[in-house]
Write a protein that binds this ligand. Structure first.
Ligand code: DLL
Length: 432
């Protein structure tokens, strides 16, 4: 296939379906799901008791939500809708805050996973026959094996590099005609910086598909500039399937939700009431085709907005915007709500600053909360007075976010690089 075929839609029969046909398909699948859950799972049977199977998609709002706590309570396999011997794979979330969340798959689920990941790779610029380096972790984390399966379904060549081992990743990228890479944005930054520091270049890299952690448009622009790639945003979560729930196309106008498989709603995070298109709130997802562990109205805690107009790429699927953060990521500093992504946005508008930063929050004894933003300056930026730059950055953040803070501009390489797993940019010492 020629590289000029820029806009490959892997499954146009679903991705470009007219909205009325798509919504009819969603309703049919939703009704079948509700009926199946009543039969196949005791917990859902109880929760659905006395509730009618929806007659229209607007009936969704009358169905009960599911939360992370429900998943934990049912740990490990209480939410299965098939027999244990029907399972083909198990993944789990890292579970840094307690019991891990288990994702269970039948063979049919793995086919769906392969399909949504193949669509995502294609939307991000990868073509059958291309080499794609998978730099998300392999193992219980869904990123590595999920992207690997997507390469196989698409007919691309997977390079199972997994996360970390940066010298090996660089060697593969420098020696092989690797067209695309999948990684967390923070790890792509590690790779880009190392290539630059060693004055080397990847042989053929053009596309980066990044996700699994919060990042911003500004971070994307920095990465594209630093690495000379086109970077797109991919979203997903263990509870729903893993990566591939939504993915940007090369128009970069929001992430297309794979709506024939996942029904998306935006609700008010406090009241749980559905919000109109374009309004920012909490993303709620229902799996329409999951076999082993279907989920009804899962409260993701992730904050975004959704639009349903046809995209210039031809896809008709709804698109979600960059995440502002998670409901639980919001810092409250002296009563002011601050999302770390908002700090990132401001920092990266300074050409002198690099995308490596950390936010410390402290509560001194008998004092008010303090926020310290530590950011590295760009290796090539010539700065005479770090303190003066820090003062300008402080002023810009504080006038944008209405929060008081201190900023420290530090030398390149000062902040520890995380080579595997998700970036940890906020160190809230109030709770340590
Ligand atoms: O992170 C799955 C994944 C793998 C997605 C590879 C993309 C690429 P979990 O470990 O269960 O699954 O974490 C899910 O990560 O609820 C979001 O808070 C966050 N997240 C994932 N993608 C993005 C993104 C995988 N593109 C949680 N932007 C989600 C912002 C993201 N946050």
């Amino acid at each position: 296939m020629s590289r000029s075929a820029a806009n490959l839609i892997f499954q146009p029969e679903f991705e470009t379906l007219e909205r009325h046909a798509l919504e009819a398909l969603q309703l049919e699948r939703l009704r079948a799901l509700v009926d199946r859950l009543r039969d196949a799972n005791d917990i859902y049977r109880e929760r659905l008791r006395g509730r009618a199977t929806p007659e229209g998609l607007d009936g969704l709002a009358d169905l009960p939500f599911s939360t992370k706590a429900d998943m934990r309570d049912a740990y490990p396999l209480g939410l299965l809708a098939v027999g244990e011997r029907d399972l083909a794979r198990i993944h789990a979330s890292s579970g840094t805050t307690g019991t891990p969340t288990v994702g269970a798959y039948t063979r049919k689920d793995l086919d769906v996973f392969g399909e949504v990941m193949a669509r995502s790779l294609a939307a991000g610029g990868i073509r059958p026959g291309d080499m794609f380096q998978v730099a998300w972790g392999y193992g219980l984390f869904t990123g590595g094996l999920g992207a690997h399966g997507g390469c196989e379904t698409l007919g691309a060549c997977a390079i199972p590099a997994s996360a970390g081992n940066t010298s090996r990743q660089m060697q593969l990228l420098a020696d092989l005609p690797v067209i695309g890479i999948g990684a967390t944005p923070s790890y792509l930054l590690v790779l880009a910086e190392r290539f630059r520091a060693e004055n080397r270049r990847p042989k053929a890299l053009r596309y980066a598909i990044c996700g699994a952690e919060a990042w911003t448009r500004e971070m994307r622009a920095s990465l594209e500039e630093l690495f000379g790639v086109i970077a797109t945003n991919i979203y997903g979560l263990t509870e729903i399937i893993g990566p591939g729930v939504a993915q940007e196309c090369l128009e970069k106008a929001g992430m297309h939700v794979q709506e024939d498989h996942f029904l998306a709603e935006i609700v008010d995070p406090e009241s749980g009431k559905p919000l109109p298109d374009g309004e920012r709130g909490e993303l709620v997802l229902t799996t329409l085709t999951r076999d082993a562990m279907p989920v009804l109205r899962y409260r993701t805690r992730d904050l975004t907005s959704m639009v349903r107009e046809r995209c210039a790429c031809g896809r008709t699927t709804a698109r979600i915007d960059w995440f502002t953060g998670r409901v639980d990521d919001m810092l409250v500093i002296r009563g002011v709500n601050v999302f770390p992504s908002a700090v990132e946005e401001v920092l990266l508008r300074f050409p002198e600053l690099s995308p490596n930063y950390r936010i410390f929050v402290d509560r001194p004894p008998n004092g008010l909360d303090e926020m310290l933003v530590e950011v590295e300056h760009h290796p090539e930026a010539s700065i005479d007075d770090l303190d003066r730059l820090a003062a300008v950055v402080t002023a810009r953040i504080s006038e944008t976010l209405l929060v008081s803070l201190r900023t420290s501009v530090v030398a390149p390489g000062t902040i520890e690089r995380i080579e595997a797993g998700k970036a940890k940019r906020v160190i809230d010492r109030r709770t340590l």
